[in-house]
Write a protein that binds this ligand. Sequence first.
Ligand code: ADP
Ligand code: MG
Length: 309
Amino acid sequence: MTNLLEVQQASKRFGDFIALNDVSIKVPKGSIFGLLGPNGAGKTTLIRIINQITLPDTGSVFLDGEPLQPHHIKDIGYLPEERGLYKSMKVGEQALYLAQLKGLSKKDAKERLKYWFDKFDISHWWDKKIQELSKGMAQKVQFIVTVLHRPKLLIFDEPFSGFDPINANVIKDEILQLRDEGATVIFSTHRMESVEELCDHIALINKSNKILEGKVTDIKKEYKSNTFEVGLLSENILELQKTLSDKFVTEPADFKTIEDQLKLKISLDTNTTSNDLLKYLSEKGQVVRFNEVIPSVNEIFIKTITENE
Ligand code: ADP
Ligand code: MG
């Protein structure tokens, strides 16, 4: 798989403070790449470097194999964390102006804006002033302006902050669709909702350092621990629980059922397979649930950050 974007060993200081320490990332073409990390980790600094707003002290960035140059700006659609539109300008007028700055003709800009304003059901905002819009409404307009010129790389810095859950969902679906139409997407977030559904690749940044990067499925494979969640029907649940906890490493599992059953998470050593466990359990009771425990991105995020404290 080729990478659309590569950052190689980027570092950035502000005075004595190291905001980014030797950070490298590889963003595969056609991926949705989540740049995750707590507040202050360095995500926006890295995004500003990719957008040529900030120069790194050391390190380099490549877009489509070429060292980053000013002409690449037109290949990137960037939604900054600090959203800024001219408050006293009218929505339509401003959207047209910004679209033309990105190289679209007035005619194309109008057509595409009409498409997006209809899609988001906001055509009646066209003649409103930005200052009449709520934060979330203005953010929708800015999202449209970011994607309008169909750049090959889209970078959204905290795209969901400022949105209610319904509009966050609208934006999430649009991001998936833009990816399906061929764009590569990088987005940053300090909150883990939506990450699971959106990202196929992630990088985790903590305290200016990248501490984890890769394909989500590979990372999950690495972090899973041969643990299974089981539900068992038995005449004597307490006795079965004791038998199992004597033989395996167990902890209570928490899932909803309509009848009483023994609910456990069972961790196996590396020599024991799921089939071994299933065979054993089926001799002891009736197995009504059996699934492998796969860590969520949120659990991986918390675990990795705690280990790096
Ligand atoms: P994130 O986006 O992950 O929340 P940032 O990249 O915005 O983090 O910031 C990382 C750190 O760098 C923060 O401690 C922030 O205060 C500092 N920082 C960012 N930009 C500047 C700047 N222009 N001058 C001084 N410090 C900065
Ligand atoms: Mg930020």
